[in-house]
Design a binder for this molecule. Structure first.
Ligand SMILES: Nc1ncnc2c1ncn2[C@@H]1O[C@H](COP(=O)(O)OP(=O)(O)OP(=O)(O)O)[C@@H](O)[C@H]1O
Ligand SMILES: [Mg+2]
Length: 636
């Protein structure tokens, strides 16, 4: 026989268990609740299920008529109250337990809504949230929407946290925390879950692009995020990159890219590069070689015939020195010998009061200057006419820069002193760049690519992410909205820092402007940025404040906490105060994806899917090295 419980009775039992007190005062958003009785257990049992009891950081519901107002408990304290014990006619002290609650939302039609429509009144009843209400409060997606599980609520581990895919990924995301606090794992977790959720979805593959800028090679492992990805393991080392990053011809020839690469100065070198890229006379494939040759001839004749006191034989030697690396192997010997001959035989003689002249003689002794000949025609032309120049994009660009430089200095259009340092840098920088990128107009077939910069030197570590991001962003702008792009940068302080003093202002501006543009305008074109960093203080505040979703792990430094506090309006004071004491893998999630800021324990990934960033186990490593077996074998 089953006993039928009267619904009114049931409601009374429920209320008696869940009621915790009454409103004592209302001061703006802050409401004080006087608790009915001590409820010191962490959980209470109701209908065979546990319900989280009231605690700082927890939620309560205040009932005012038909309205349920939701608040977060921000503090708890006690007050003493004197009263007369009538029985003994004695004054006694009563202790009141008071909760300080900050209001933030209400329930409407079974759903949680942010914001308050009505304020509570004194003596309104205050309740704990029951299971369903607690679930509703933490359901951040509609049932019809796709969602991913990222972890569980720190204070209520049985509550899994699911975030709506749209709210999370159609946004700029920031992941902050000290080193070792779990940022890379959180980053990998959210994207792993996304790729699992959309596994085998062809539309997703066709209409999305993800690129991870991986400074430490943490994401290149086969199983990390997905195994359908393209890994560009770049290296400026001797052996070069395993797979170079494809850049289009057009992008390489952009004045912004070149000025960043060659650290061009704003006033003189950048305009020079601008003239170089606008000059397209070497683009005609059939006439390329003959045009280079006629250019060289033109430069030489100009120097030798002009008899300018400022132009010495050294300039011709320099010209041949610069171009000697840009000829095909078959012309190598020819140009090397010619360069030597010019060095030994071409002399400039200013004469004694007479017109300055160039002489061709194997001694600089002016007495030997007797064989005045049309020097270019007789001594140089034949070799130059037979030269074959490399015509790949990099060589073409280098030739353009060099020939332009000589033309301009000879004609007096630009000052040699200003441009020469740029020419000096050109070869060294291009050498590095050629190891990392290739000219390729094709678009990658995988929708996830990892650009690994672990083996790339510091100079290129800053430039490559910029070139890659800029190219992808511009491409997306062109196809406007047809495909989404996520640029994911772990250790983002490397490229978004406002602090670096080693670099030029131009470069810093360009770098920040590029990413600030993506942050400000990207959303319209479906371009989103995800950044992870241990130094939010170093990152431009424009960037931090425009992010939509924040994952905030443990941060200890005051400057970093302040930087986040200034930018993140979603997080309350209490949460900020607990940022320095978060444990590894725990973080605050605040922003569009979660209606309320929550503290989440991010689920650890399976071992093979974790980014390769594990904290080194020194004890283990050292004992292995020093173990008796190893010692013996090393002595043998
Ligand atoms: N959610 C998690 N649960 C359990 N352990 C975690 C979690 N996240 C990270 N860890 C552990 O913490 C360590 C550091 O994590 P992670 O590399 O993600 O930190 P990080 O913040 O990216 O550090 P860094 O700034 O140095 O890159 C790892 O050894 C990892 O195993
Ligand atoms: Mg990391």
């Amino acid at each position: 026989m089953t006993t039928k419980i009267n619904p009114i009775e049931k409601e009374l039992v429920r209320e008696s268990i869940f009621i915790i007190g009454h409103v004592l005062s209302v001061e703006g958003r802050i409401v004080k609740i006087k608790l009915n009785k001590d409820k010191n257990h962490s959980h209470i049992l109701y209908e065979g299920k546990t319900v989280k009891n009231v605690s700082v950081g927890g939620y309560v519901k205040i009932i005012k008529g038909f309205v349920s107002i939701i608040g977060k408990v921000e503090g708890e304290y006690i007050t003493e109250e004197k009263y007369i014990n009538r029985e003994y006619n004695k004054e006694e002290i009563k202790i009141n337990r008071i909760l300080q609650v900050s209001l933030f939302g209400h329930f409407e039609g079974g759903c949680f809504r942010q914001g308050i429509k009505e304020m509570p009144l004194i003596d309104n009843e205050c309740y704990l949230l029951n299971r369903e209400e607690f679930n509703t409060l933490h359901q951040f997606y509609k049932n019809s929407q796709k969602s991913i599980v990222i972890g569980s609520l720190t204070e209520e581990p049985s509550q899994k946290i699911r975030l709506g895919v749209n709210n999370l990924f159609a946004s700029h995301i920031g992941i902050f925390g000290n080193t070792g606090s779990g940022k890379s794992n959180t980053l990998a977790k959210i994207y792993t879950e996304l790729f699992i959720e959309f596994d085998d979805n062809e539309e997703f593959k066709a209409k999305s692009d993800f690129v991870i800028i991986d400074f430490n090679g943490e994401y290149i492992g086969r199983d990390i995020i997905t195994n359908n990805k393209t890994v560009y393991e770049l290296s400026t080392g001797k052996e070069g990159s395993k797979k170079k990053y494809p850049i289009t011809r057009e992008n390489l020839n952009k004045v912004e890219v070149l000025s960043v690469l060659l650290e061009a100065t704003e006033k003189t070198q950048k305009p020079f590069l601008d003239r170089v890229v606008r000059n397209d006379y070497l683009n005609d494939v059939d006439k390329f070689n003959s045009r280079v040759i006629s250019d060289i001839e033109d430069i030489c004749r100009n120097i030798i015939d002009k008899k300018d006191k400022n132009m010495r034989e050294g300039v011709v030697v320099e010209l041949f020195g610069r171009i000697s690396d840009l000829v095909l192997d078959e012309s190598k010997d020819g140009i090397t010998n010619l360069k030597k001959e010019i060095e030994n035989n071409l002399h400039f003689f200013s004469g004694t009061g007479g017109t300055p002249e160039y002489y061709w003689a194997n001694s600089s002794d002016s007495n030997n200057f007797n064989n005045k000949t049309p020097i270019y025609d007789n001594k140089i032309k034949t070799v130059v006419d037979g030269l074959k120049f490399k015509s790949d994009e990099f060589s073409k660009l280098k030739l353009k820069i060099i020939l332009n430089y000589f033309h301009e200095t000879i004609k007096g259009y630009s000052n040699q002193e200003h441009i020469a340092p740029l020419i000096g840098r050109t070869f060294r920088k291009f050498d590095m760049l050629e190891k990392l990128i290739e000219i390729n107009e094709e678009v990658d077939s995988n929708n996830l690519s990892i650009v690994c910069l672990r083996n790339v030197n510091i100079e290129m570590k800053k430039i490559i992410p910029l070139i890659v991001s800029k190219q992808l962003y511009e491409r997306k702008k062109e196809i406007n909205g047809k495909k989404s792009l996520h640029i994911i940068v772990d250790e983002a302080h490397n490229i978004l820092s406002t602090m670096s003093q080693r670099e030029s202002e131009t470069w810093k501006d360009y770098r920040l402007e590029t990413f600030e543009e993506i942050i400000k305008e990207g959303r319209k074109f479906g371009v989103f940025l995800t950044i992870a960093s241990q130094r939010p203080y170093d990152i431009s505040s424009t960037i931090i404040s425009q992010l939509h979703n924040y994952f905030i792990h443990r941060l200890i430094n005051d400057n970093d906490i302040n930087a986040v506090e200034k930018a993140v309006s979603y997080l309350d004071k209490l949460s900020f105060q607990t940022i320095p004491i978060l444990s590894v893998g725990s973080c605050f999630v605040a922003g569009l994806a979660s209606d309320i800021p929550i503290k989440v324990d991010i689920d650890p990934l399976e071992k093979n899917k974790r980014p390769k960033s594990e904290t080194v186990d020194l004890e283990n490593a050292w004992t292995k090295i020093l173990s008796p077996n190893n010692r013996k074998s090393s002595k043998q």
